[in-house]
Design a protein around this ligand. Sequence first.
Ligand code: ADP
Ligand code: ASP
Ligand code: MG
Length: 442
Amino acid sequence: MAIKVCKFGGTSMADGNVIKSVKNIIDGDMDRRFIIVSAPGKRYSGDIKVTDLLYDSYNALVSGGDFKKAFAAVKARYVSIVKELNLNFDINSVLEETEGRIIKERSEDFTASRGEYLCARIVAGVLNAKFIDAENVIFFDENGALNGEKSYKAVAEAVKDAPRAVFPGFYGVDGRGADGKVKTFSRGGSDISGAIVARAVHASMYENWTDVSGFLACDPRIVDSPRRIKSISYKELRELSYMGANVLHSESIFPVRRANIPINIKNTFRPEDEGTLILPTSRYTPCGNIVTGVAGKKNFTVIFIEKSLMNSEVGFIADVLNVLKKEGVPVEHIPSGIDTMSLVVESECLQGEKLNRVIEEIKQSVEPDVVRVIENIALIATVGHGMSSSVGTSSRLFSAIAAANINVKMIDQGSSEINIIVGVSNNDYEKCIKAIYREFFV
Ligand code: ADP
Ligand code: ASP
Ligand code: MG
């Protein structure tokens, strides 16, 4: 029998009524056997996600604030969910026990993980399914990276006799054996948990249920009702999600890609919609458009370096990168010319005195002619397999940006040939995405 693994995101868990629709979705297909849930998300615009309430609670706990009051907001969400579901589940005792453990552990990751933990306990009750704690089956190694092999084995073992099981997403346990501590993935990480379970049980499909009818050609908060992408390759997805299309966490494709498990993005609120299929490059049908999608992120800093004959100075780039390595600063992109190179870094990695230190050390290390810092840059990626074979794509892209009166401060065409990245001022971010969308999709 085919096995489908289904991950339901925060909005799909937001209140008891949505959880009832989730139950209908699961009951509607016998193959939907393994479920991963996020913590309850926003019920309406302006509402606060449970995960954010938990981070607030932790901050109150460690900074001498009113932890009880902050955690009361979390409790209220779960009490009302259980009530709406009319579920015979002693939520008050579970919340009390959870509160005690949060105070005892005093760990940010542990506190944040309780959103998913509590939600999965409730959903397991609703579905009458086995609850499997991620604490026992998802493992990180000593460096904080996922220990895939160990996790796949443990998940497979845990589901052996379970016709249906529910897992909390977002967390696992770090690599210190019996003394391991709960550790979370980065925000949005339940998508990764779902992919791990899909790989572990040899799923035929990883369904990712959210609040939009698939992966859209760009962020629907910027362009009104963008076109849906019917089918997209893992490669394109990786580029778009890494560059900000956070409908799916950018690291969630790794476990499934190795096993060729397709991902289907589906809408909990419109379950009959087809959604988007994410497939290996060899199996997917191109969308027929030159560009598949556009995505971007704000708040980068570009460090521009110029030195005559830079290209003939052996080790120049290595010396520059060593400065960043020493300062522990990750570099996103390195566009370069004959006598110039730029380092594109997320601004939050250069806070405080770090930027000045990096600049000083670069000056000492490679004695450049010019070092210039450009701040408040947004990066926008235009992605598609069709781009490399279609003459004139970049000229259309840059003409569209110029026609919108936007100044391009940086260009990086990467080596993957399916991606052109431009850097523009943060203030031009939305305008630039709209201009690119208009050029290639309208
Ligand atoms: P979940 O809680 O289900 O994991 P997320 O909030 O993480 O949901 O992701 C879904 C949201 O991603 C959508 O509501 C949408 O606003 C946003 N989004 C950003 N870019 C895109 C895109 N290209 N396609 C679809 N949704 C996108
Ligand atoms: N609840 C976590 C977050 O808000 C994880 C997730 O939703 O995937 O980031
Ligand atoms: Mg998400």
